[in-house]
Design a protein around this ligand. Structure first.
Ligand code: NDP
Ligand code: GDR
Length: 347
């Protein structure tokens, strides 16, 4: 039987990499996309063929995590053997502005999917992956963080994902669903959403290099994140669902870097000297600046409650799944900057 996957959030960064991976493995892939007034399939257009063509294995369906009936209908029609729940309002700062919507899509959306599986009598036939997050650790109790580290979310997003984590565990224990959480640390790529800090930086550095922008405005430069590459992490998601027993796994590189360091590496890629300015946030204050100021702090980007430090320990994933991150920090910055600059090195 051909394995059949249903991916929610297929139009996002991870959805696109995962769809590519599963198609390469011979899967039939169904994806849920939201109705939008403009095209929102840019990340997967290269994978999509007219469904009238013979041999097509990628199919898209309109639906929304806030709409239970659409989820029930799509699962019933597509009869997936694996469901990857990647859809979410995934921006931490936005979750402070839209906490109710974030809870509806990220927390209740996960419940709606699991309930759909139960209502349709598919609890024994389907494997379920939940996109859990290092944001669950929030105000960290220990470093590095692992599967046993206590959770302490610091945003409406983190709190919604906490519900999604536990409802996934509960449906596994209550109904025997093969349901697993991947607790993924930050992972980036050239198709990362433009408002996450890495992509915001690479886009701005490219624009500054090309003379189209003067200054990059950022928030907390001292936050430390464990940044990997999305391509590695979707491989980990797939491996989690190939295990005979469902379980929860941390996927991480084990290395932490600050936002400031990401900025430095991105500017180094184009050979531009950085002159920082800010609210006395760092030692490179305006009074010491000798060149054109390229980076300024805008308190608008500070979060009401910040997650200062995330570094993951993926030992369990390495031992059980044989998974490890292969793309390092410098390689990630280089790939993102090269994509931003285009073939001519300037865009
Ligand atoms: P993106 O923001 O790039 O993609 C989110 C996807 O969810 C998009 O396809 C979006 O559709 C879709 N979506 C949003 N709201 C809804 C909704 N109500 N109904 C249906 N679809 C919806 O996220 P990533 O690809 O980076 O992340 C994938 C998942 O992994 C998310 O759940 C995220 O929270 C989680 N995660 C991500 C990490 C990371 O570092 N990238 C780390 C840990 C967890 P549209 O394109 O129309 O906006
Ligand atoms: P994060 O990613 O909150 O870790 O969530 P983001 O890139 O938004 O922020 C990382 C860190 O950078 C700091 N920062 C800024 N962030 C943004 N977006 N814009 C800025 O201008 C800026 N300046 C500094 C932030 O304060 C933060 O400390 C991501 C998402 O993909 C989640 O969905 C996922 O669950 C987690 O990673 C793991």
């Amino acid at each position: 039987m051909t394995p059949t996957a249903l991916i929610t959030g297929i139009t996002g960064q991870d959805g696109a990499y995962l769809a590519e991976l599963l198609l390469a493995k011979g899967y039939v892939v169904h994806g849920i996309k939201r109705r939008s007034s403009s095209f929102n399939t840019g990340r997967i257009d290269h994978l999509y063929h007219d469904p009238h063509e013979a041999g097509t294995r990628l199919f898209l369906h309109y639906g929304d995590l806030t709409d239970a009936t659409s989820l029930i209908r799509i699962i019933q029609e597509t009869q997936p053997t694996e469901i990857y729940n990647l859809a979410a309002q995934s921006h931490v700062q936005v979750s402070f502005e839209s906490p109710e919507y974030t809870a509806n899509s990220d927390a209740l959306g996960t419940l709606r999917l699991l309930e759909a599986v139960r209502i349709l009598g598919m609890t024994r036939h389907v494997r379920f992956y939940q996109a859990s997050t290092s944001e669950l650790f929030g105000k960290v109790a220990e470093t590095p963080q692992r599967e046993t580290t206590p959770f302490y979310p610091r945003s409406p997003y983190g709190a919604a994902k906490l519900y999604a984590y536990w409802i996934t565990v509960n449906y596994r224990e209550a109904y025997g669903i093969h349901a697993s959480n991947g607790i993924l640390f930050n992972h980036e790529s050239p198709i990362r959403g433009e408002t996450f800090v890495t992509r915001k930086i690479t886009r701005a550095v490219s624009a500054i290099h090309g003379g189209r922008q003067d200054v990059l405005y950022l928030g907390n430069l001292d936050a430390i994140r464990d940044w990997g590459h999305a391509r590695d992490y979707v491989e980990g998601m797939w491996r989690i669902l190939q295990q005979s027993t469902p379980d929860d796994y941390v996927l991480a590189t084990g290395e932490g870097h600050s936002v400031r360091e990401f900025v430095e590496r991105a500017f180094a890629h184009v050979g531009t000297e950085i002159v920082w300015s800010g609210h006395g946030v760092d030692e490179f204050g305006l009074e010491k600046a000798t060149g054109t100021v390229r980076v300024r702090i805008d308190p608008r980007y500070f979060r009401p409650t910040e997650v200062d430090l995330l570094i993951g320990d993926a030992t369990k994933a390495r031992n059980v799944l044989g998974w490890q991150s292969t793309i390092g920090f410098q390689e990630l910055v280089t790939e993102m900057m090269a994509a931003e600059l285009g073939p001519d090195g300037i865009r």
